[in-house]
Design a protein around this ligand. Structure first.
Ligand code: ATP
Length: 270
Protein backbone atom coordinates (compact mmCIF):
# COMPACT_ATOMS: atom_id res chain seq x y z
CA UNK A 1 0.00 0.00 0.00
CA UNK A 2 1.00 3.60 -0.38
CA UNK A 3 0.19 4.57 3.16
CA UNK A 4 1.88 7.63 4.57
CA UNK A 5 5.52 7.28 5.49
CA UNK A 6 5.07 7.94 9.17
CA UNK A 7 3.02 10.04 11.55
CA UNK A 8 4.21 13.50 12.37
CA UNK A 9 2.74 15.57 15.16
CA UNK A 10 4.21 18.99 15.55
CA UNK A 11 2.09 19.97 18.52
CA UNK A 12 1.67 17.17 21.02
CA UNK A 13 -0.93 17.77 23.73
CA UNK A 14 -0.16 14.68 25.82
CA UNK A 15 1.74 15.32 29.07
CA UNK A 16 2.79 13.28 32.10
CA UNK A 17 -0.59 14.12 33.67
CA UNK A 18 -2.21 11.82 31.11
CA UNK A 19 0.01 8.94 32.18
CA UNK A 20 -1.27 7.41 35.42
CA UNK A 21 1.07 5.42 37.65
CA UNK A 22 4.42 4.48 36.08
CA UNK A 23 6.21 6.75 38.56
CA UNK A 24 9.58 5.05 38.10
CA UNK A 25 9.41 5.14 34.31
CA UNK A 26 8.30 8.78 34.33
CA UNK A 27 11.16 9.71 36.60
CA UNK A 28 13.69 7.98 34.33
CA UNK A 29 12.31 9.46 31.16
CA UNK A 30 12.13 12.94 32.67
CA UNK A 31 15.86 13.10 31.94
CA UNK A 32 15.11 12.95 28.22
CA UNK A 33 12.64 15.81 28.57
CA UNK A 34 15.40 17.88 30.18
CA UNK A 35 17.89 16.97 27.43
CA UNK A 36 15.43 18.05 24.75
CA UNK A 37 14.52 21.29 26.51
CA UNK A 38 18.04 22.51 27.25
CA UNK A 39 20.63 20.39 25.46
CA UNK A 40 23.33 23.07 25.95
CA UNK A 41 23.09 22.66 29.69
CA UNK A 42 24.16 19.03 29.44
CA UNK A 43 26.86 19.18 26.78
CA UNK A 44 28.82 22.06 28.35
CA UNK A 45 31.19 19.71 30.19
CA UNK A 46 31.75 17.51 27.16
CA UNK A 47 29.04 14.96 27.92
CA UNK A 48 27.07 13.39 25.12
CA UNK A 49 23.31 13.38 25.09
CA UNK A 50 21.89 9.85 24.69
CA UNK A 51 20.47 9.01 21.29
CA UNK A 52 17.97 6.40 22.25
CA UNK A 53 15.86 4.80 24.95
CA UNK A 54 14.00 1.52 24.84
CA UNK A 55 10.65 1.14 26.61
CA UNK A 56 10.10 -2.48 27.54
CA UNK A 57 6.85 -3.96 28.83
CA UNK A 58 3.64 -5.86 28.12
CA UNK A 59 1.09 -4.60 25.54
CA UNK A 60 -1.19 -1.74 26.51
CA UNK A 61 0.83 -0.52 29.48
CA UNK A 62 1.29 3.02 28.17
CA UNK A 63 4.59 2.93 26.29
CA UNK A 64 3.27 4.94 23.35
CA UNK A 65 1.49 7.28 25.74
CA UNK A 66 4.69 7.86 27.70
CA UNK A 67 6.76 8.56 24.59
CA UNK A 68 4.15 11.03 23.39
CA UNK A 69 4.13 12.69 26.81
CA UNK A 70 7.89 13.23 26.55
CA UNK A 71 7.29 15.18 23.32
CA UNK A 72 4.41 17.09 24.93
CA UNK A 73 6.44 17.97 28.03
CA UNK A 74 9.50 19.04 26.04
CA UNK A 75 7.28 20.78 23.43
CA UNK A 76 9.05 19.10 20.52
CA UNK A 77 7.63 17.39 17.41
CA UNK A 78 6.88 13.68 17.54
CA UNK A 79 7.58 11.40 14.59
CA UNK A 80 6.31 7.86 14.88
CA UNK A 81 6.09 4.64 13.00
CA UNK A 82 5.52 1.01 13.83
CA UNK A 83 7.98 -1.77 13.18
CA UNK A 84 5.15 -3.93 11.92
CA UNK A 85 4.65 -1.50 9.01
CA UNK A 86 7.92 -2.79 7.60
CA UNK A 87 6.88 -6.39 7.39
CA UNK A 88 6.30 -7.56 3.83
CA UNK A 89 7.65 -4.43 2.28
CA UNK A 90 9.23 -4.25 -1.13
CA UNK A 91 12.99 -4.24 -1.33
CA UNK A 92 14.47 -0.87 -0.49
CA UNK A 93 11.26 0.66 0.80
CA UNK A 94 11.91 0.04 4.50
CA UNK A 95 15.40 1.48 4.43
CA UNK A 96 14.32 4.54 2.45
CA UNK A 97 11.46 5.18 4.88
CA UNK A 98 13.88 5.10 7.76
CA UNK A 99 16.15 7.52 5.91
CA UNK A 100 13.25 9.91 5.24
CA UNK A 101 12.07 9.68 8.81
CA UNK A 102 15.44 10.65 10.22
CA UNK A 103 15.86 13.43 7.70
CA UNK A 104 12.53 14.99 8.68
CA UNK A 105 13.23 14.61 12.38
CA UNK A 106 16.65 16.23 11.99
CA UNK A 107 15.14 19.13 10.06
CA UNK A 108 12.73 19.73 12.95
CA UNK A 109 15.18 19.04 15.80
CA UNK A 110 15.01 18.99 18.73
CA UNK A 111 12.52 16.21 18.14
CA UNK A 112 11.51 12.68 19.03
CA UNK A 113 11.30 9.63 16.84
CA UNK A 114 9.11 6.88 18.27
CA UNK A 115 9.34 3.35 16.86
CA UNK A 116 6.61 1.08 18.19
CA UNK A 117 7.05 -2.71 17.98
CA UNK A 118 10.73 -2.38 17.19
CA UNK A 119 11.06 -6.16 17.53
CA UNK A 120 9.36 -6.49 14.13
CA UNK A 121 12.46 -4.97 12.51
CA UNK A 122 14.95 -5.39 15.33
CA UNK A 123 15.01 -9.16 15.75
CA UNK A 124 18.47 -10.63 15.91
CA UNK A 125 19.79 -10.78 12.37
CA UNK A 126 20.06 -14.07 10.55
CA UNK A 127 17.82 -15.95 12.97
CA UNK A 128 14.39 -15.53 11.50
CA UNK A 129 14.80 -17.03 8.08
CA UNK A 130 12.18 -19.75 8.40
CA UNK A 131 9.87 -18.00 5.97
CA UNK A 132 12.48 -17.98 3.25
CA UNK A 133 14.51 -15.10 4.62
CA UNK A 134 13.63 -11.54 5.25
CA UNK A 135 16.40 -9.46 3.78
CA UNK A 136 14.27 -6.37 3.66
CA UNK A 137 13.80 -6.47 7.42
CA UNK A 138 17.57 -6.72 7.82
CA UNK A 139 18.11 -3.83 5.41
CA UNK A 140 15.70 -1.77 7.43
CA UNK A 141 17.42 -2.63 10.69
CA UNK A 142 20.84 -1.85 9.22
CA UNK A 143 19.57 1.50 7.99
CA UNK A 144 18.22 2.28 11.45
CA UNK A 145 21.59 1.49 13.03
CA UNK A 146 23.37 3.55 10.39
CA UNK A 147 21.12 6.55 11.02
CA UNK A 148 21.59 6.38 14.78
CA UNK A 149 25.36 6.15 14.41
CA UNK A 150 25.37 8.86 11.79
CA UNK A 151 23.82 11.70 13.69
CA UNK A 152 26.12 13.61 15.94
CA UNK A 153 25.38 14.17 19.59
CA UNK A 154 24.50 17.76 18.80
CA UNK A 155 21.69 16.71 16.46
CA UNK A 156 19.21 16.61 19.35
CA UNK A 157 16.98 13.91 17.96
CA UNK A 158 16.15 11.25 20.53
CA UNK A 159 14.82 7.91 19.35
CA UNK A 160 12.43 6.14 21.70
CA UNK A 161 11.49 2.59 20.79
CA UNK A 162 9.01 0.21 22.40
CA UNK A 163 8.82 -3.55 22.60
CA UNK A 164 7.32 -6.33 24.63
CA UNK A 165 10.02 -8.72 23.40
CA UNK A 166 13.35 -7.25 24.47
CA UNK A 167 14.72 -10.81 24.56
CA UNK A 168 14.57 -11.23 20.76
CA UNK A 169 16.20 -7.91 19.89
CA UNK A 170 19.48 -7.76 18.05
CA UNK A 171 22.16 -6.94 20.61
CA UNK A 172 23.57 -4.35 18.22
CA UNK A 173 20.56 -2.16 19.05
CA UNK A 174 21.51 -2.00 22.71
CA UNK A 175 25.11 -0.97 22.16
CA UNK A 176 26.40 2.31 23.61
CA UNK A 177 25.27 5.26 21.53
CA UNK A 178 22.12 3.46 20.39
CA UNK A 179 19.31 2.25 22.68
CA UNK A 180 21.59 2.16 25.66
CA UNK A 181 18.90 3.17 28.14
CA UNK A 182 16.16 0.70 28.96
CA UNK A 183 13.06 1.70 30.85
CA UNK A 184 10.61 -0.88 32.18
CA UNK A 185 6.90 -0.24 31.88
CA UNK A 186 5.05 -2.88 33.86
CA UNK A 187 1.42 -3.85 34.28
CA UNK A 188 -0.17 -1.56 36.88
CA UNK A 189 -0.56 -2.65 40.50
CA UNK A 190 -3.81 -2.00 42.38
CA UNK A 191 -2.89 1.56 43.33
CA UNK A 192 -1.88 2.36 39.74
CA UNK A 193 -5.07 0.82 38.38
CA UNK A 194 -7.03 3.15 40.65
CA UNK A 195 -5.14 6.11 39.19
CA UNK A 196 -5.69 4.90 35.63
CA UNK A 197 -9.43 4.59 36.36
CA UNK A 198 -9.41 8.15 37.63
CA UNK A 199 -7.87 9.41 34.36
CA UNK A 200 -10.35 7.54 32.18
CA UNK A 201 -13.41 8.22 34.36
CA UNK A 202 -12.82 11.96 34.24
CA UNK A 203 -14.51 12.62 30.88
CA UNK A 204 -17.55 10.35 31.61
CA UNK A 205 -20.97 11.30 32.91
CA UNK A 206 -21.17 9.09 35.97
CA UNK A 207 -22.95 8.71 39.29
CA UNK A 208 -21.41 10.45 42.30
CA UNK A 209 -19.02 8.62 44.55
CA UNK A 210 -17.93 5.80 42.25
CA UNK A 211 -15.41 3.76 44.22
CA UNK A 212 -12.27 3.60 42.07
CA UNK A 213 -10.52 1.46 44.67
CA UNK A 214 -13.26 -1.13 44.28
CA UNK A 215 -12.85 -1.01 40.49
CA UNK A 216 -9.10 -1.44 40.86
CA UNK A 217 -9.73 -4.52 43.02
CA UNK A 218 -11.99 -6.02 40.35
CA UNK A 219 -9.35 -5.75 37.63
CA UNK A 220 -6.18 -7.67 38.56
CA UNK A 221 -3.92 -8.26 35.55
CA UNK A 222 -5.58 -5.50 33.51
CA UNK A 223 -3.35 -3.16 31.53
CA UNK A 224 -3.96 0.56 31.19
CA UNK A 225 -5.42 -0.11 27.74
CA UNK A 226 -7.82 -2.70 29.25
CA UNK A 227 -8.94 -0.17 31.86
CA UNK A 228 -9.49 2.53 29.22
CA UNK A 229 -11.53 -0.08 27.40
CA UNK A 230 -13.61 -0.88 30.52
CA UNK A 231 -14.46 2.79 31.01
CA UNK A 232 -15.55 3.21 27.41
CA UNK A 233 -17.52 -0.03 27.44
CA UNK A 234 -19.27 0.97 30.69
CA UNK A 235 -20.41 4.24 29.13
CA UNK A 236 -21.79 2.38 26.11
CA UNK A 237 -23.60 -0.18 28.29
CA UNK A 238 -25.18 2.62 30.37
CA UNK A 239 -26.25 4.47 27.24
CA UNK A 240 -27.76 1.32 25.75
CA UNK A 241 -29.85 1.02 28.93
CA UNK A 242 -30.94 4.64 28.57
CA UNK A 243 -29.26 5.73 31.78
CA UNK A 244 -28.23 9.34 32.27
CA UNK A 245 -25.09 8.45 34.24
CA UNK A 246 -22.71 5.48 34.23
CA UNK A 247 -23.02 3.49 37.47
CA UNK A 248 -21.19 0.74 39.33
CA UNK A 249 -23.16 -2.07 37.67
CA UNK A 250 -22.21 -0.79 34.21
CA UNK A 251 -18.55 -1.00 35.20
CA UNK A 252 -18.97 -4.53 36.54
CA UNK A 253 -20.70 -5.58 33.32
CA UNK A 254 -17.93 -3.94 31.31
CA UNK A 255 -15.25 -5.74 33.37
CA UNK A 256 -17.03 -9.07 32.70
CA UNK A 257 -17.10 -8.35 29.03
CA UNK A 258 -13.40 -7.41 28.89
CA UNK A 259 -12.44 -10.47 30.98
CA UNK A 260 -14.39 -12.62 28.51
CA UNK A 261 -12.51 -11.02 25.64
CA UNK A 262 -9.15 -11.52 27.33
CA UNK A 263 -9.91 -15.18 28.00
CA UNK A 264 -10.85 -15.75 24.39
CA UNK A 265 -7.66 -14.03 23.22
CA UNK A 266 -5.52 -16.19 25.51
CA UNK A 267 -7.23 -19.34 24.28
CA UNK A 268 -6.25 -18.56 20.71
CA UNK A 269 -2.66 -17.83 21.68
CA UNK A 270 -2.08 -20.96 23.78
P1 ATP B 1 1.39 -1.67 22.78
O1 ATP B 1 2.60 -2.39 23.30
O2 ATP B 1 0.20 -2.56 22.56
O3 ATP B 1 1.68 -0.75 21.63
P2 ATP B 1 1.50 0.50 24.68
O4 ATP B 1 2.25 0.05 25.87
O5 ATP B 1 2.17 1.38 23.70
O6 ATP B 1 0.86 -0.76 23.97
P3 ATP B 1 -0.47 2.52 24.76
O7 ATP B 1 -0.77 2.45 23.31
O8 ATP B 1 0.34 3.66 25.24
O9 ATP B 1 0.19 1.17 25.23
O10 ATP B 1 -1.81 2.45 25.61
C1 ATP B 1 -3.07 2.35 24.99
C2 ATP B 1 -4.09 3.22 25.69
O11 ATP B 1 -4.31 2.69 27.01
C3 ATP B 1 -3.61 4.63 25.93
O12 ATP B 1 -3.89 5.46 24.83
C4 ATP B 1 -4.39 5.02 27.16
O13 ATP B 1 -5.71 5.38 26.82
C5 ATP B 1 -4.46 3.73 27.95
N1 ATP B 1 -3.37 3.63 28.93
C6 ATP B 1 -2.39 2.70 28.96
N2 ATP B 1 -1.58 2.90 30.00
C7 ATP B 1 -2.04 3.99 30.65
C8 ATP B 1 -1.60 4.71 31.80
N3 ATP B 1 -0.53 4.35 32.51
N4 ATP B 1 -2.33 5.80 32.18
C9 ATP B 1 -3.41 6.17 31.47
N5 ATP B 1 -3.86 5.55 30.40
C10 ATP B 1 -3.19 4.46 29.98
Amino acid sequence: SRAKLFDEKTEVKTTFKDVAGLEGAKEEIQEIVEFLKTPEKYTVLGGKIPKGALLVGPPGTGKTLLAKAVAGEAKVPFFSLSGSDFVEMFVGVGASRVRDLFKQAKDKAPSIIFIDEIDAVGRARGKNNMSGGNDERENTLNQLLTEMDGFGTNTHVIVIAATNRADVLDKALMRAGRFDRQIYVDLPDIRERKEIFEVHLAPLKKVEGLDTEFLAKQTPGFSGADIANVCNEAALIAARNNKTAVDKQDFLDAVDRIVGGLEKKNKIVT
